[in-house]
Design a protein around this ligand. Sequence first.
Ligand code: HEM
Length: 180
Amino acid sequence: MHGIVFAELHKYAETKHGAGTWHQLLTRAGLGNKLYFPVQEYPDSEIASLVRAASEMTGQPTLALLEDFGQFIVPSLLRMYSHLLKPGWKTIDVIEHTEGTVHTVVRVQNPGAKPPQLMSQRLSNNEVLMVYDSPRRMCALAIGIAKGLALHYGEHIVIREAICMHRGANRCEILFRTIA
Ligand code: HEM
């Protein structure tokens, strides 16, 4: 997983639970004093251990925590990559075009980074269906990112995950719909 995600998790932990939380999290996850640089790749197992440790510390289920984290990182993602988003786009457009724009550029600019291959189908002006099958099984992060995007664009979003890898399926199918 890319270092940006670890740097953002650090920021998230300390913003939500105060200074020193990140160190406690590293210790609980068995990662000692490990440093994460936002230009490098790190094992997926480490993000999984950190999320598990955060869930144990807060009592929040891992999927709820990942979703909250996804919402939290949106302002940073938009700051870093806003040049790739068309000015007229809103939540559903960004979700539809993430694969063709942002994640593709992330792959080229950060050799080793493996953002998920998101397959999106635009169903109508305000609806997009996304198929997600990353072995990292972080569909909750996608849901959180969508909620963060809606917050950013001042839209109301309804999300239905009819099929999910966490319920035994081989992929997740997530329907995003904004309502005026
Ligand atoms: C401005 C928009 C976005 C930026 C800059 C961005 C960037 C990134 C980056 C840097 C990673 C880490 C990749 C790695 O470590 O290999 C990532 C992962 C991820 N992104 Fe995005 N992303 C954006 C939008 C989205 C959207 C709209 C979704 C879905 C609704 C999404 C879903 C995910 C998920 C679920 C992961 C976790 C890794 C995995 O599942 O394999 N992203 N993204």
